[in-house]
Design a binder for this molecule. Sequence first.
Ligand code: HEC
Length: 205
Amino acid sequence: MRWFFLILAIASITVALAIGPRGEKFSTPPFMLFPDMDNQYKVKAQKPSEFFENGQGARVPVEGTVPFGYAPPKEGVSAAGPLDFSRGDDYLNTGLFGDFYGKGFPGEIKLDETLLARGKERFRISCSPCHGMSGNGAGIVSKYWAIPPTANLVDPRVKSMPEGQIFWTITHGKGLMGPYNGVLSVKDRWAIVAYLRGLQAASGN
Ligand code: HEC
């Protein structure tokens, strides 16, 4: 019986200790048995960070790198500093004249064999899995992922699109097709447009 009272007393104290402080305010963080990743190390916008030596949370891009979504600085135009990446709002960089898709290739792009060869290589890497080697939309992906169907690029509809619109589509994507501005340089995108024109001419559509 003695033992029973002793165990009861210990159990009561344990329960009181565990439940008693509920609702009280503490200055220290609570003890978490299962943290569930509630607390994570991250940098909040405009906040300092202890992780970096100078305590600055917002970082300056590493010299010589281009952040995702930015075009590399144009040739012959030196960037004023590490933050100054030219996005470029001209036809070469956007495929647009003002609010309209442009027709033809920009003057900076030299249409020659080297460009077409580059376009062929890039098209086969980046576009053919979905659009097919010949651009007819019957790439390997279409065999497994048919809804909605991948566009047939040698269709008269796409054939009649201005070059700027195709460039714009590669840059920004469309529907389930993602943007390629972070993967393909401006020149490579134009090279693909040029190669695609070749595929369309060869298709006889
Ligand atoms: C992941 C699969 C995928 C890849 C890779 C892909 N596309 Fe597409 N593309 C699509 C789909 C799906 C559509 C149809 C989108 C829609 O109309 O909603 C499409 C549409 C298009 C269109 C027609 C847009 C229109 O307005 O009808 C063009 C042009 C095009 N893609 C070019 C390209 C080029 C060039 C590449 C390579 C840089 C490429 N795509 C890579 C899936 C892909």
